[in-house]
Structures are given as structure tokens and as C-alpha cells.
Design a protein around this ligand. Structure first.
Ligand SMILES: Nc1ncnc2c1ncn2[C@@H]1O[C@H](COP(=O)(O)OP(=O)(O)O)[C@@H](O)[C@H]1O
Ligand SMILES: Cc1ncc(COP(=O)(O)O)c(N)n1
Length: 267
């Protein structure tokens, strides 16, 4: 059994954050663990309140896991504020952690600032250099680089700039492109494309969380970065195709185990 950790925020309605991550881990047949950075009061329509967990408790959660358990990969999602970011960075470095997927979560689909704007520089300086792979969406890549991104050429330019910030691999997600959903990987030398047609649905709550957790699961299982992303892209595409409406707003993706066995995403 491979063990995968998510360090992220709790989403009370279960579509994104810790809850999406753990569902994704289970569907991939890996053992999921969590370090909670913040608790959000959230549903398909919006985020109504957030309480950050103290830096001390975040540190203790990470230590409790790494002092006892072998962790094969870790995914980092919502990190709220500067102190949270520096604590995670310092603590992970003490354990020489490998296979780190950083999803630089900034603003929820419902428009709430899950990362305080003044914490952007801390995220760039403290988390990006640790990342095996960083997975910004178009808006996050724009904020990180200052480059306006409307098409694949702009994505390439941003990927080159983000690579200079220290992550080993950069995956810029194209879920917010106009008529395709092509993700772009840059490894410092070459670009790789992970295309899919744009699925017409409003139910995309937690797509980024799901993709990054699927990549972490696949890295934990020993897949190469290219295969880890290829399989994760298949997973998220099927999960979006089967997304559904709960509540009145943006519904969640569907993580159902049987389907993944069929397409060979798990053994
Ligand atoms: N409507 C869609 N159709 C197909 N794939 C999508 C769609 N929306 C997002 N994706 C895919 O879901 C993953 C998450 O992308 P994105 O939605 O851009 O991230 P985020 O949730 O961080 O905004 C990417 O692989 C992206 O290509
Ligand atoms: C706790 C938490 N983490 C991440 C997201 C981003 O997901 P989305 O962009 O789909 O709103 C979220 N809404 N809540």
C-alpha cells in the first residue's frame, strides 16, 4: 500500500479541498492522510466563513505523520496565509520530503480569496522551490508571473518563468481556456500537451484539487511524471463527465471506483 498525504483546507460541502483529495486517493487505491490548514464553511454557492488552523497545530499534524509513517507523496492545496506557508515549508524540509505536488490555490470558483493576496510572495518563495510539480490554473499562473494568459503560447511563456522559481515540473491547467481544456507540462527542456475537449457543465467544483491529488497518487505508485499526469488527466476528465448537481450552484465531480478500474487507472 502506498501512503499519500494532503495538506489543505476542509470544504464542508465535500466537492473540493481535503474531502475531494481523500476521495481521489481512495479511487486510486492509495491510503489517504490529511493535515488540515483551515476549515471553510462552504457550499456549491460560496464560501461563507474560514477559520485558519494555528501554525503550531499544522506543524504538529505534519510531525505526527512523518515521525511515524512513510509518506510516498504529498499534495499541498489551500494554505491561507504567510505563517501557514512558512510552517509547512520548514517542517517538510526537516523530513527531506519527496514527490510534492503544489496546487497554488488562490481564489475559489465562487470568488473567495482562499489565499490572502499578501501571502502570494511567500507561496512563491517557500513552496514553489520544494515542488516536484506545481499545478496553477490560468489565473494562478497569471498572478505568479504577471503574464496575461489567453492561449497555449501565453501558457508556455508563463511556464518558462515559473520554472525559474524552482519547481521541477510545471503543469499549467487549461480548464479556463475558451474552447478546449488542454493542460501544458514543462520539464525545463520540453513541453508536453494533455488535451481534452471542453465538457459543457457548470459542475466543476474541486477539479483542480482532484487533478493534483490524482497526480500525487500516481507519483506515489511509482509512475513517471508524464504518465502520472496523463492518467490524472484521464481521471479528471471522467470525473467531470460524471459531475452532478447538488445544491443550487457549482456541483462536484464524481469519484467512482468501478469506472477507474475499467479504464486501468488502478490495478
Ligand atoms: N469544462 C472542462 N472540460 C474538460 N476538462 C476540464 C474542464 N474544466 C476543467 N478541466 C480540467 O480539470 C483540471 C483542473 O483544471 P482547472 O479547472 O483549470 O483548475 P482549477 O480548479 O484549479 O481552476 C484540468 O485538467 C482541466 O483541463
Ligand atoms: C478548501 C478548498 N480548497 C480548494 C478550493 C478550490 O476549489 P474550486 O476552485 O473548485 O472552488 C476550495 N473551494 N476549497
Amino acid at each position: 500500500m502506498k501512503n499519500v498525504l494532503t495538506i489543505a483546507g476542509s470544504d464542508s460541502c465535500g466537492g473540493a479541498g481535503i474531502q475531494a483529495d481523500l476521495k481521489t486517493f481512495s479511487a486510486h487505491g492509495v491510503y489517504g492522510m490529511s493535515v488540515i490548514t483551515a476549515v471553510t464553511a462552504q457550499n456549491t454557492q460560496g464560501v461563507f466563513a474560514v477559520e485558519d488552523i494555528s501554525a503550531e497545530l499544522i506543524k504538529k499534524q505534519i510531525e505526527a505523520i512523518y515521525d511515524d509513517i512513510k509518506v510516498d507523496a504529498v499534495k499541498i492545496g489551500m494554505v491561507s496565509k504567510i505563517e501557514t506557508i512558512t510552517t509547512i515549508s520548514e517542517t517538510l524540509q526537516r523530513y527531506y520530503v519527496k514527490n510534492i505536488v503544489v496546487d497554488p490555490v488562490m481564489i475559489s470558483k465562487s470568488g473567495y480569496h482562499l489565499l490572502q493576496p499578501e501571502a502570494k510572495t511567500a507561496l512563491i518563495n517557500n513552496l514553489l522551490p520544494l515542488a516536484t510539480v506545481v499545478t496553477p490554473n490560468l489565473m494562478e499562473a497569471e498572478v505568479i508571473t504577471g503574464v496575461e494568459i489567453k492561449n497555449i503560447e501565453n501558457m508556455k511563456k508563463a511556464a518558462l518563468l515559473i520554472h525559474k522559481m524552482g519547481p521541477q515540473y510545471i503543469l499549467i491547467k487549461g480548464g479556463h481556456l475558451e474552447d478546449e481544456a488542454t493542460d501544458l507540462l514543462y520539464d525545463g527542456d520540453d513541453f508536453y500537451y494533455y488535451p481534452s475537449p471542453r465538457i459543457q457543465t457548470k459542475n466543476t467544483h474541486g477539479t483542480g484539487c482532484t487533478l493534483s491529488s490524482a497526480i500525487a497518487s500516481n507519483l506515489a505508485r511509482g509512475l513517471s511524471i508524464n504518465l502520472a499526469i496523463e492518467k490524472a488527466k484521464e481521471y479528471i476528465t471522467i470525473a467531470i463527465q460524471n459531475s452532478f448537481s447538488i445544491g443550487k450552484g457549482v456541483g462536484p465531480t464524481h469519484h467512482f471506483h468501478e469506472l477507474y478500474s475499467k479504464v486501468g487507472l488502478i490495478d
